[in-house]
Design a binder for this molecule. Structure first.
Ligand SMILES: [Zn+2]
Length: 259
């Protein structure tokens, strides 16, 4: 069999032969290399990462997964077992040590409400995170359009993105969290009694939530709760006093966001 187009011919043995016209073009390109003259100006490299989001439909809801970044963590902290077996497993899956661990949030457009599940780490975990707002904008939305933010729990990597510097990131949003977490993490007494190494978690919670509390935009719930029609908080206490997952969709087509 022979496949031909205007410029190339592919023969049975898979080799490609150039036609006279394509040879002429090729020779012109080579001559161009040899002729000295003004060069086209170089364009500065952009050097920024590409936006990271993924969109899917869950029932009637549009869900956009937004990356806040990736933190490198030692594999030995994440996985337990024989180190050489762990190293082989990582190697076989094109991974190294440390492993990049993803921080993702979920933006749900129900049609009449825009809901964000978890707010990312913001500036609390160093230079590897804090990309949530940029990726939200790249995905076609703006932070001020978010109606509600649900916090699966109040660890730093889920609340830090509530603030952008000294300003609330989500200027029109109501923040929702289980009262067991707000009672625990926003307690000054708990902060005073915490070991020194843990105190920064309480400070982070206060700094991230206080501006919203001052404008009555922190609303707690208690256990199993319908947050908006079709989206429900389900207790999964243990990781923190008030940790829960968020489930939404419609029967037969549901998804859970687990913090
Ligand atoms: Zn956590």
């Amino acid at each position: 069999m022979t496949v031909e187009n205007e410029e190339t011919t592919m023969t049975d043995d898979g080799s490609i032969s150039l036609t006279r016209r394509s040879l002429l073009v090729a020779s012109c390109i080579c001559m161009g290399c040899a002729i000295s003259g003004p060069l086209l100006a170089g364009v500065p490299m952009v050097r920024s990462e590409s936006p990271e989001f993924y969109r899917l439909m869950v029932g009637d809801y549009e869900v956009t997964v937004l990356s806040d970044g990736k933190s490198p963590l030692a594999a030995t902290k994440l996985l337990q077992g024989n180190p050489s077996i762990i190293a082989d497993a990582l190697n076989n899956n094109f991974l190294g040590d440390p492993v990049d661990t993803s921080h993702n949030s979920f933006l749900v457009n129900t049609g009449d409400r825009l809901v964000l599940i978890d707010a990312g780490a913001g500036s609390l975990l160093g230079p590897h995170t804090g990309r949530l707002s940029g990726n939200l904008r790249a995905a076609g939305y703006r932070p001020e359009q978010v109606d509600e933010v649900y916090l699966t729990h109040m660890h730093a990597d889920h609340i830090g993105g509530l603030m952008s510097g000294s300003q609330p990131t989500f200027s029109n949003a109501m923040i929702r969290a289980d009262r067991r977490d707000t009672d625990y993490w926003l307690s000054e007494e708990n902060m005073r009694n915490a070991p020194a190494a843990a105190r920064r978690f309480f400070e982070a919670a206060a700094a991230s939530l206080s501006p919203y509390m001052k404008t009555d935009r922190l609303k707690t719930f208690d256990g199993l709760t319908d947050l908006v029609p079709g989206i429900r908080a389900r207790p999964a206490y243990g990781h923190t006093p008030g940790s829960h997952d968020v489930r939404g969709g419609k029967p037969g087509r549901e998804a859970s966001a687990v913090g």
